[in-house]
Structures are given as C-alpha cells and as structure tokens.
Design a protein around this ligand. Structure first.
Ligand code: A3P
Length: 325
C-alpha cells in the first residue's frame, strides 16, 4: 500500500470523483464521530429549526417580522450584504461553510427550547437549495408563502421600477410578460424574475423530492395580509411552538398603511417600511387574464396529491390553485 502527500492525494481524489468537487455540507450531529471531533463550543442547536423560503413578494417580510415578535422564536442576525437575508443555500455564500452560516445565529443558554429560524426568499426557486437544505438541516420545517402568481409577478415588476431598474422603467408590464426569447437579454431576464418564482408546482416538486410533505407548510400570502392572526396561529400549531403567542394583542390594522402592523404601545403601531405594501395602479385586466391561462394544472394536481395532508391539516388548503404562467 502506497500513499502520497495530502495535496496530491486530494488531486487524485477529485480526479476520481469529479462530482464531489462541489461540497454538500452535512448535518454535523448525524454521526457521533463528527461530534467527537467538533469543537466543544459548537452545537447543532445553533442551526435553525425552520426556514421561511419565499418566494419573494409573497409577504415574506411580514411573516418574518411577525415570527420574530414571538418570545420563543429567534431570527437570524441580519446580513449587511444581502438585504438582511442570510442567503446561504443559494449562491456563493454556500462555499463559506457551516461556521459562517452558524455565525448568523445566537447560541442561547437554553437553545434547544427556542426556535431559531431564518428567512431567505430566494431559496424557493434555487435549483440546488432543497438538496443542500436537506443535507444540513434534515429535520427543519419549511415555510412557503404563495399568492396568485400573476400578482406576484406584478409586485416584482413594481419593485424593480421603484428601484429605478432601467429595464422595468423602459418596458410596460405587458411587454415584460410577453417578451420572447429573441428579445434583449435584460428584458428576458426581467420576464424570468417576474414569472419563474411563481411556477409554484415546479419548485414544490423539487422540494418534495427531498422533504416529506409533513415538513412543509404553504401559507396563503393573501390571508396573511388580511388575517395575520389566524395565519400566525396556524403556523404556531404547525411548528409546535410553546408558549402559544396571542397575536391578537400584538397586531393591529393600520388605516394609514392599509396593512396589519406591530402594536408597540397602547396607541402606536410599527409598520413595515415603504418598500412593503407599495401603492401602484391595478393590473390591466387583459394582462391579468393572460397570466391566468393555466398551463400546468396536471402538474399542480400531482403536487397537491403529495401534499394533501399538510395542505389541509393546517386549514390552508390551496387545492384550487392553478399555475398561472
Ligand atoms: P406589495 O409591496 O407589492 O404590495 P415580500 O416581503 O415577500 O417582498 O412581500 C412584499 C408584499 O408583502 C407586499 O407587496 C405586500 O402586499 C405584502 N404584505 C403582506 N402583509 C403585509 C404587511 N403587514 N405590511 C406590508 N406588506 C405586507
């Protein structure tokens, strides 16, 4: 038996197993041997118990804010680089490793009784994300928020206009959603950002390839907007969080904002910033119709079949939902 220095050994290894060049971080506490060589101060309790995975523009910030109000729930520290979200499982941050990820979470004294979580709305449609989450957080629960895909697309378009995106300013919503593959790249890219995250069935299929339906909950983002107390109660039950937090006392409809906001004092509320709950003209009826043409009902039924338990056990049935793009 012959061996070679570590560097050459590494090169040889990746030559033999090229698929393993891309790391997959595994759950450190799955194997006792890993735990034995892990630094003493590290603990799997510093990993989140659940994730809010998006998609963007469906009410994820409101949900994050309401969750963070709960005394038994602890949110991630905000990241300065990615609009406060950690965005670990998609993109380059993944290569920074588990320690980097864990540094976004506190190690509370009695951490096991507290629910750490993070919200990264870009996780939902990320190609590699379900596989990576499953490897590192096999027991985590997943919270997905959905609104009709047409409304999500329209909200994203206005989000980009509000950020002075030149493409969104140059083209109408109609031009964006009807862009063809021969159109300029920025236009196609904006079209995709409007439409792709709303292809819920396709993305859910991928998550369900890795997670049992019982670990996933779908939140109706429109219900979260109109009746957040009900939704937060259902979510607390699904997550099995104790003590039960009475949101009725802590959320109040704010007439000026037109949304539910956090009660701070007897007569004061704290609402989400100007970027959430924007005011823009209603969508053209013809665009709304165009987007409602269903192309994927069969796919949706399959997904719904797999998810039936979690859909309806929580009273958040989305059985009638169609893929609208
Ligand atoms: P609009 O700004 O298009 O109305 P996200 O946080 O995932 O980006 O979602 C933003 C959307 O959350 C907003 O889209 C808004 O409709 C919705 N929303 C739901 N509840 C809200 C609340 N309490 N305050 C503000 N926005 C809320």
């Amino acid at each position: 038996l012959r061996t070679v220095p570590p560097l050459q050994l590494g090169e040889k290894y990746f030559h033999l197993f090229p698929n393993e060049r891309d790391p997959i971080w595994g759950y450190p506490c799955a194997d006792r041997r890993h735990m034995q060589i892990w630094a003493k101060e590290k603990s799997c309790d510093q990993l989140p118990k659940f994730l809010v995975i998006g998609p963007q523009k469906t009410g994820t910030t409101a949900l994050y804010t309401f969750l963070a109000m709960h005394p038994a729930i602890v949110a991630n520290y905000p990241s300065a680089d990615t609009f406060e979200e950690v965005q670990f499982f998609n993109g380059k941050n993944y290569y920074k490793g588990i320690d980097w990820y864990m540094s976004f979470f506190p190690v509370p004294a009695n951490s096991s009784s507290r629910f750490l979580f993070e919200k990264s709305a870009t996780y939902f449609e990320g190609e590699m994300v379900p596989q990576r989450v499953k490897a590192l957080l096999p027991h985590s629960k997943l919270v997905v928020t959905v609104i009709p895909p047409s409304k999500r697309a329209y909200s994203w378009y206005h989000h980009m206009r509000a950020h002075n995106d030149p493409t969104a300013l140059q083209y109408s919503f109609h031009q964006v959603i009807t862009a063809h593959d021969g159109d300029p790249r920025p236009l196609r890219s904006l079209r995709n950002k409007c439409l792709v995250p709303g292809m819920y069935a396709k993305h859910l299929e991928r998550w369900l390839d890795h997670f049992p339906a019982s670990q996933l909950i779908l939140i109706d983002g429109e219900e979260l907007r109109s009746d957040p107390v009900y939704v937060m109660n259902e979510l607390q039950r699904f997550l099995g969080i104790q003590p039960f937090y009475n949101y009725t006392e802590h959320l109040r409809y704010d007439k000026r904002k037109g949304f539910f906001c956090q009660v701070t004092e007897e007569d004061k509320t704290k609402c989400l910033g100007r970027g959430k709950g924007r005011i823009y003209p209603p969508m053209n009826e013809s665009d709304a119709k165009l987007l409602k043409v269903s192309t994927g009902e069969g796919v949706t039924e399959r997904v719904v079949g797999k998810m039936e338990e979690s859909y309806c056990a929580c009273g958040l049935c989305y059985l009638g939902m169609k893929i609208e793009v």
